[in-house]
Design a protein. Structure first.
Length: 112
């Protein structure tokens, strides 16, 4: 899976997790992007195109600060962990920037 936003970084294949894109910014500074996180990121791009680069810049800034990061779709259904890495969700990046997408999903109106 090629993620256009991160092609300037070294693409690393993790033999233990070959389906999760893994990028290295510099020696000892790397990150993983779960596919569901990337889908969420594209949702922000669609709804906040004017602020999308700010989101990407903040994401990279967080990686540089923390050195080893896994960006996941949801803490509760996390399928990927790696020792020494911190885990961040999309809202960990967007909330501090005051960029929000309202979740209007709700349960069905139909009863059993």
């Amino acid at each position: 899976m090629i993620i256009e936003e991160f092609t300037k970084f070294k693409d690393i294949t993790d033999k233990d997790n070959p389906f999760i894109p893994h990028y290295e910014i510099e020696e000892g500074v790397d990150f993983y992007i779960e596919p569901i996180f990337y889908t969420q990121l594209l949702g922000f791009k669609e709804r906040h195109e004017d602020k999308y680069q700010l989101i990407i810049d903040s994401l990279i800034e967080r990686v540089k600060k923390n050195k080893k990061v896994i960006f996941i779709g949801d803490f509760e259904t996390n399928v990927f962990e790696k020792e020494g890495y911190i885990i961040l969700e999309i809202t960990d990046i967007t909330d501090p920037l005051h960029i929000f997408v309202e979740d209007k999903s709700r349960g069905s109106d139909y009863g059993d």
